[in-house]
Design a protein around this ligand. Structure first.
Ligand SMILES: Cc1ncc(C[n+]2csc(CCOP(=O)(O)OP(=O)(O)O)c2C)c(N)n1
Ligand SMILES: [Mg+2]
Length: 697
């Protein structure tokens, strides 16, 4: 008997079990007339070996904290995952497989966490699933170091990821895997679908890396030359991988894309298109699969069903956890709080103390510095905060007294030096958040948020509580010049749905931004912070409620009814306040609105928004960045003061003058604009005088 025809203890040939996956994937793609059969067909044996022989999971409880995590980083092969989830007993009935890629099905085109039970992360943007897996393995390691006690191991699971050529070509795989090597994430096991094919064809024209050597250079354990269609060989490799306690493992599996499709296997044609009725019929014949579409014989279904074993595994863990809880009741309660993502008892008091601390600030300080002062207390009080920076710790001011650096040997730190890896950091933070037990925050310069951008988008799409600390938020960073000066970034981050972008103007707004970001359990927040000082505003904790609305009247017109509303954010708020004074001296009353977070403001009631920005009043926006974003608030007629070009290298104060963003320049611009508007309005009320106009734009 060859290895491949070995009979499983349950009495079914593993080859048949793999073919069940193949047929479900091929038939679902065929029915949807859309999808990617190549990877599911090519990875069927690998999947059988991992999912039936190694993966620790309980399909009846996808939230069991100590389950192994599985990530399909080559997310285009989603039908592989759906077939596995269905077959092993998750709440994903055949009807859902029949509705693959249809509106509101639980089987969307690419795996989406929160939609399908058992899907750990949303994948499809190649390489990022792998980086998520690195974050998950990191979270496991840290949680284990913090909570496990001798003889009472409550955190002990692995993270497995499937990756294709595409994931390994993507740069983020380098960032994440290099980091995983440095951190010696031994419980990370990656299985590479080395089929030599990507969409454009044979990869030898564009991907000739020696992948095993590459990963060895990262410090990984590499298992080479595994026949990915020999489930016994994959099984053996997985045993070997699990035996390593010192470094992550890459299992390089040689496979044939579309394996089992008689004429199309091995060709890029099978990557992303239905096989077609005749090819599927020929495949049924070639595989000796006499069953119709979506028909799984009972003995095959029984052999795949992971529920009995999963229930037992979870039961055993629960017994350990109960013993743990008896021995360490406070730790056990803390563990449960952490994995549920609840803020601790006393959170409101902690937030209140941040607010009073912020109100006591009297000196001018940079908002990045004020953020650090808030973090000082937060990190000391919240062990779930996992901080870090992409090699800009001293600039982002993300480390505080209570921060302890993590390195390969010491798993119990709370601060990660991610290295110069913005995208890898962001994608790993998503993995950390998805794993649970932590609230990750990480810093870089705002201008480099572009490097991380798709991962920020994925934080938003997956609704994860990740906090991005993005400092040096405008031309105010000064001499480093236009390469480092963000102009479009605040606006462009605000365009991503479900991201809350905070740009605070002082200590209290900074405190509120942190509190809001940490309380926000269903999405990421970006904190845009200044390098340069902002003046301290006179504040009381009563102001908190207004700030929590994202936009509010900071100082209303005092010398008469407001003739305009001036909206500003961050460091430009102080400019707006000074301009307000200059205008008041000239007899022009304006209202100043601070708008630290537009999306939060947008979520307030219409009446509130109309009270802050009365529809009858003309509006001005001031932000040291692109102006077009502000049209939504100031309208076509509004005056948008900002910077619609790249910055310059010069001291910050000279730059603000150069770009017309000083109190005097702003006051003059507002004054001229009000004059034009009011003259025009007067003319439109008395049409006969229109031709006499002496005011020009
Ligand atoms: C970041 C990103 N770029 C491009 C794509 C589009 N895309 C989907 S699959 C694929 C090729 C992947 O090749 P491989 O990983 O080898 O998958 P296989 O064809 O072997 O299944 C591409 C370019 C994507 N999903 N994500
Ligand atoms: Mg490939």
């Amino acid at each position: 008997m060859s290895a491949r025809t070995k009979i499983d203890p349950v009495g079914v040939e593993p080859a048949l079990l793999a073919n069940a996956v193949r047929m479900l994937a091929a038939d679902a793609v065929e029915r949807a007339k859309s999808g990617h059969p190549g990877a599911p067909l090519g990875m069927a044996e690998i999947a059988e070996a991992l999912w039936r022989r190694h993966l620790k999971h309980n399909p009846a409880n996808p939230a069991w904290p100590d389950r192994d995590r599985f990530v399909l980083s080559n997310g285009h092969g989603s039908m592989l995952l759906y077939a596995l989830l269905h077959l092993t007993g998750y709440d994903l009935p055949l009807d859902e497989l029949k509705r693959f890629r249809q509106l509101h099905s639980r089987t969307p085109g690419h795996p989406e966490c929160g939609v399908t039970p058992g899907v750990e992360t949303t994948t499809g943007p190649l390489g990022q699933g792998l980086a998520n897996a690195v974050g998950m393995a990191l979270a496991e390691k840290l949680l284990a170091a913090h909570f496990n006690r001798p003889g009472l191991t409550i955190v002990d699971h692995r993270t497995y990821a499937f990756v294709g050529d595409g994931c390994l070509m993507e740069g983020v795989s380098h960032e994440a895997c290099s980091l995983a090597g440095a951190l010696a994430l031994a419980k990370l096991v990656v299985l590479y679908d080395d089929n030599g094919i990507s969409i454009d064809g044979d990869v030898s024209g564009w991907f000739r890396d020696d992948t095993p050597k590459r990963f060895e250079a990262y410090g990984w354990n590499v298992i080479r030359d595994v026949d990915g269609h020999d489930a016994e060989a994959v099984d053996a490799a997985l045993h070997a991988a699990r035996a390593r306690a010192d470094r992550p493992t890459l299992v390089c599996c040689k496979t044939q894309i579309g394996r089992g499709a008689p004429t199309k296997a091995g060709s890029h044609d099978v990557h992303g298109a239905p096989l077609g009725a005749s090819e599927i019929a020929a495949m049924r014949a070639a595989l000796g699969w006499p069953h119709g579409p979506f028909e799984i014989p009972a003995e095959i279904a029984a052999a795949w069903d992971a529920r009995p074993r999963g229930a037992l595994q979870e039961q055993r863990w629960r017994e350990t956890f109960d013993r743990y809880a008896r021995a360490h009741p406070a730790l056990a309660a803390e563990f449960e709080r952490r994995v549920q993502g609840m803020l601790p008892d006393g959170w409101d008091a902690l937030a209140a103390s941040l607010f009073s601390k912020a109100c006591a600030v009297t000196a001018a300080k940079a908002t990045r510095k004020l953020s650090q002062e808030m973090l000082d207390e937060l990190v000391a009080q919240l062990p779930e905060l996992l901080g870090g920076s992409a090699d800009l710790t001293g600039s982002n001011l993300t480390a505080v007294a209570a921060s302890r650096a993590i390195n390969g040997n010491d798993g119990d730190g709370n601060y990660l030096h991610y290295g110069v890896r913005e995208f890898g950091m962001a994608a790993a933070m998503n993995g950390v958040a998805l794993h649970g037990g932590f609230i990750p925050y990480g810093g870089t310069f705002l201008v480099f948020s572009d490097y991380a951008r798709n991962a920020i988008r994925m934080s938003a799409l997956t609704r994860q509580r990740v906090v991005y600390v993005l400092t040096h938020d405008s031309i105010g960073l000064g001499e480093d010049g236009p390469t480092h000066q963000p102009v479009e970034h605040a606006a462009s981050l605000r365009l991503i749905p479900n991201v809350d972008v905070w740009r605070p103007c002082d200590a209290l707004e900074t405190a509120v931004a942190w509190v809001a970001a940490l309380e926000r359990a269903n999405g990421p927040s970006c904190l845009l912070l200044s390098r340069q000082n902002v003046p301290a505003l006179a504040r009381t904790p009563n102001d908190v409620e207004a700030i929590r609305n994202g936009g509010y009247v900071l100082r209303d017109a005092e010398s008469g009814p407001a003739r305009a509303v001036v909206i500003a954010t961050g460091t430009e708020v102080a400019i707006a306040l000074d301009a307000q004074r200059i205008l008041a001296d000239a007899g022009i009353a304006v209202r100043v609105v601070s708008m630290p977070c537009t999306s939060v403001f947008d979520r307030t009631a219409r009446d509130y928004r109309d009270a802050v920005l009365p529809p009858s009043l003309p509006c001005v926006s001031i932000e040291a960045g692109v102006t077009s974003f502000w049209r939504a608030y100031i309208g076509r007629e509004g005056l948008a003061l900002g910077i619609d070009r790249f910055g310059e290298s010069a001291p910050a104060s000279e730059l603000f003058a150069h770009f017309g963003l000083t109190a005097t320049a702003v006051a003059a611009a507002v004054r001229g604009w009000i004059a034009i508007r009011e003259t025009r309005d007067a003319q439109s009320r008395s049409p006969a005088r229109t031709s006499d106009s002496t005011v020009s734009a």
